[in-house]
Design a binder for this molecule. Structure first.
Ligand code: NAD
Ligand code: GLY
Length: 361
């Protein structure tokens, strides 16, 4: 097992990464003493992994909250079901919530933990690659709104992140690739060496080589932990973690969180952000084409899905949380490994990028 730390003073916490961790009572037990325990998961993950977590927490007779599966259920209404279950079971402020699942469960269970009785502790037990490399670390929690992705939420850090890499064995290929999109992101925004490693080792990730996956997870978590430690509440630097997300979130909203996976939308968004960086003359042509090649090698989309036009994408992008004083700030690349957050780009160039990446004008 490898352990990293997210350094946030008294809110610091460990990220444990390894094989077989779901069965390691010694990792969870110290957090559960004298507490009620509520495991929040979904109907897909429950038959796969709930029994293991339940048995580790057995002494605390855990409450189980099983939610419907899907990004379209990442809503306030579904979070209210967690509150209902906690209240019906008379869970008090000493309750520990265990978020067992992908990013959707992690974001919702974390948000419920932030709100229930004004805050109870929680632990992230991510079971998708995307959640293991990104969403479980850093304390962003929340839900979608029909008018925008992740628009309701809270910064609320977990007590620990426990990543059992064995859970990836049951993950569908499409979900694995979606997670790879966020892995590629770290190479692009701050780790050029990791990007080169990915160019060489992507086939190993796609083939689920466990050593390569562990390396990619650890590297990604280290990058994320460093950024979060410097800027927990996104007053500046942390926005780079949203590379490709302004385009990607607009795609997800336009498709009502149904047709594309989050990671797929982010892959297309990263291709668009790289294209805009190239059109601005910041990113060299050869680097832009290496980025597109890696996205394609990961069998991820590099443009928007059918059915979205220029105007719709542009309007939805303007709903982004990075809009400040009416100016849409974007994360763009100076080179592979160096990102900037800027509103300083000519709007017609953004329109050119959008036009080149939608399928209907
Ligand atoms: P997800 O949670 O929907 O999981 C993907 C699918 O895999 C689901 O059907 C799930 O039930 C299933 N699944 C989970 N683990 C499995 C396993 N081990 N075996 C088989 N199936 C399994 O999606 P995701 O890609 O994990 O997360 C996407 C969400 O994360 C989005 O809502 C996104 O906004 C959010 N996110 C949050 C942050 C953050 O910082 N909080 C960062 C990135 C993404
Ligand atoms: N995934 C973006 C962030 O954690 O800030």
């Amino acid at each position: 097992m490898r352990t990293l730390r997210v350094e946030l003073g008294e809110r610091s916490y460990p990220i444990r990464i390894g094989s077989g961790l779901l069965s390691r009572a010694d990792l969870l037990a110290p957090h559960l003493e004298q507490r009620r325990v509520a495991i929040v998961t979904n109907e897909t993950v429950a038959p796969l992994y709930l029994a293991q977590v339940r048995s580790v927490a057995a002494a605390r007779q855990p409450l189980e909250v099983i939610l419907p599966d899907g990004e379209q259920y990442k809503t306030l209404e579904v979070v209210a079901r967690i509150f209902d279950a906690l209240l019906q079971a008379r869970c008090d402020r000493r309750t520990m919530i265990l978020a067992l699942g992908g990013g959707v469960i992690g974001d919702m269970a974390g948000f419920a933990a932030a709100c229930y009785q004004r805050g109870v502790p929680f632990i992230q037990i991510p079971t998708t690659l995307l959640a293991q490399v990104d969403s479980s670390v850093g304390g962003k929690t929340g839900v979608n709104h029909p008018l925008g992705k992740n628009m309701i939420g809270a910064f609320y850090q977990p007590q620990a992140v426990i990543i059992d890499t064995d859970t990836l064995r049951t993950l569908p290929d499409r979900e694995l690739k979606a997670g790879i999109a966020e892995v590629i992101k770290y190479g692009l925004i701050r780790d050029a060496e990791f990007f080169v490693w990915l160019e060489k080792n992507l086939p190993r990730l796609l083939a689920r080589d466990s050593e390569a996956l562990s390396y990619a997870i650890e590297h990604s978590c280290r990058n994320k932990a460093e950024v979060v430690a410097k800027d927990e509440r996104e007053s500046g630097l942390r926005a780079v973690l949203n590379f490709g997300h302004t385009f990607g979130h607009a795609i997800e909203t336009a498709t009502e969180y149904r047709s594309w996976l989050h990671g797929e939308a982010i892959a297309a968004g990263m291709a668009m952000a790289a294209d805009l960086s190239r059109r601005l003359g910041w990113l060299a042509e050869d680097e832009a084409s290496r980025i597109r090649s890696l996205i394609k090698m990961a069998q991820l989309p590099d443009r928007a899905p059918p059915g979205i036009d220029n105007e719709q994408l542009r309007t939805l992008m303007e709903m982004d949380k990075k809009v400040e004083s009416g100016r849409l700030r974007l994360v763009l690349l100076k080179r592979i490994g160096e990102a900037v957050v800027t509103a300083d780009y000519p709007s017609p160039v953004l329109d050119q990028t959008i036009a080149a990446h939608v399928r209907i004008q």
